[in-house]
Design a protein around this ligand. Structure first.
Ligand code: EPU
Length: 454
């Protein structure tokens, strides 16, 4: 079997790689996998290294293409990045930081939104930051409006041109009083990465408080920042004159851990996820148990398996400490095998249930309600952009020819194909490398029957 895991990063992180798997399903996944540092912390901690006046060391960095994208973006900005002796360790030296051009940033960023988070550090360092106009829905006004409003509050000037967005800070950046319209993860990170070196104090209200954000705060505190986390989603940041490099082991990837847990649930398998921790997964573990899953928490990880027949659940995705939007896709695959009607309300993104069409093609009974559905049992009916999926189970799944749309949807297709009877063709699986380290090696180790066919 050819494995994809040794392949290089997808070209510039663009979301079309053309790799195809033939998967023969119907076998439980059994065995042990290890998870490393969280994609959604590691990439931000790498950007934070730009703020230091000495070398930073980041540990437990997964070998995923999103890390490669950030690495090349840092290199374009003059940061020297080298692999440490310990596997998964990066040394980041920002002493040669320089401005980059729109085209260079664009060429290295691909579909990634990471260039947005370079703004604060680059403004402090060089007085200017550029965000290429990636076009279409990838960077429109709306998805980065919280970021731009926050930067303006710090005193930055935002100019739009045909090439992209040029942000400058002619008078430096000062502390700000910011209330986010929604506890956005990225916008909270934007504020943190900017406020730590702004002049004066910043108060951020309605902040995201995901564990990865808390870990970024820990990174910044190691660098010399003064950040306090107050009740009710308030974060106070006292700006400091200078920051130093950090030495940090990244928090584990709870999204990857939850994905493997759902793979065990869907296929009727038994998977030990080394490196998974209970505390950051409490909400997931409750739903997992209610859906018929069982788990044993150990010092070095968590074992996931079925505790009996699968049961339907009602879930709504939410910001932390709610049920993460990145957990619903693999869970929905398992729910196709549950005995009854489940409902998943997606409240974070406006279009994150489209992936279910392929599951329907494989035999699932899933109806998506694009405007959401009213429910008296909803805890917080919240956002105009809600949708809901109603899943009626159990339905046997059968093989199909499907194309991966995005990272989490793609993972769920592979798990669905492994749950299904017969052979499936899953195309464009390279996207999964964006967030799952050694994905195909791990699948093979768990007993999955598949070939890379193109
Ligand atoms: N939003 C705006 N304006 C903004 C920023 C966000 O309207 O300026 C909206 C978004 O459109 C969305 C909601 O706010 O509807 C939440 O977006 P958020 O900013 O919280 O998400 P993000 O920072 O872009 C990160 C993760 C996502 C994860 C979300 C939610 C990274 C690189 N990405 O995205 O992870 O789903 O938080 O937890 O950290 C993934 O790993 O596959 C992934 C998509």
């Amino acid at each position: 079997m050819k494995t994809l895991d040794t392949a290089g990063p997808t070209a510039g992180g663009r979301e079309s790689t053309g790799e195809t798997l033939a998967i023969r399903g119907g076998r439980p996944l059994n065995g042990r996998v290890e998870v490393k540092g969280a994609k959604n912390l590691v990439t931000k901690a790498m950007v934070a290294a730009l703020l230091g006046e000495s070398v930073s060391v980041l540990r437990d960095v997964p070998d995923i293409s999103d890390v490669e994208v950030v690495r090349s973006l840092l290199e374009v900005h003059g940061v020297t990045v080298r692999d440490g002796d310990e596997e998964g360790t990066l040394h980041l030296d920002p002493s040669g930081a320089v401005s980059a051009h729109f085209e260079e940033i664009d060429a290295h960023a691909g579909a990634s939104r990471i260039p947005i988070l370079f703004c604060g550090p680059l403004l402090h360092l060089l007085g200017e930051a550029l965000i290429p106009d990636l076009g279409g829905c990838r960077i429109g006004d709306r998805p980065i409006n919280f970021h731009m409003d926050a930067l303006r509050a710090f005193g930055a000037v935002v100019d739009k041109s045909y090439e992209g967005i040029r942000i400058t800070a002619p008078n430096g950046l000062h502390g700000a009083d910011i209330e986010l319209p929604y506890p956005s993860v990225g916008a909270t990170e934007q504020v943190l990465l900017t406020a730590v070196r702004a002049k004066g104090t910043t108060e951020l209200r309605n902040a995201a408080i995901e564990p990865e954000i808390m870990d970024l705060i820990a990174v910044l505190q190691k660098m010399g920042a003064i950040i306090s986390y107050e009740p009710n989603r308030v974060i106070l940041i006292e700006g400091v004159e200078s920051l130093r490099g950090y030495d940090h082991r990244a928090i584990f990837d709870r999204n990857e851990a939850a994905s493997w847990a759902c793979a065990a649930l869907a296929t009727g398998g038994d998977i030990f996820v080394g490196g998974a921790k209970q505390q950051e997964m409490l909400t997931f573990l409750n739903v997992f148990r209610k859906a018929g899953g069982e788990f044993d928490v150990r010092e070095d990880g968590i074992r996931f398996y079925r505790g009996g027949p699968l049961k339907p659940v009602v879930v709504e995705t939410d910001v932390h400490p709610g049920f993460m939007t990145d957990w619903q896709q693999p869970l929905i695959v398992a729910l196709t095998q549950a005995n009854g009607r489940s409902t998943v309300h997606e409240t974070v993104y406006e279009n994150r249930l489209g992936f279910t069409a392929a599951l329907v093609q494989m035999g699932a009974d899933i109806v998506v309600h694009p405007q959401g559905i009213d429910s008296s049992t909803r805890r917080v009916p919240r956002r105009a952009l809600e949708q809901a999926a109603v899943i009626n189970g159990p339905t046997p799944l059968h093989g199909a020819d499907v194309e991966v749309p995005d990272l989490r949807g793609g993972y769920s297709y592979v798990i669905a194909a492994l749950t299904a009877e017969g052979e499936s063709t899953v195309r464009n699986v390279g996207i999964i490398r964006r967030g799952y380290e050694k994905f195909f090696t791990k699948l093979a180790a768990l007993g999955a029957d598949f070939d890379v066919i193109g």
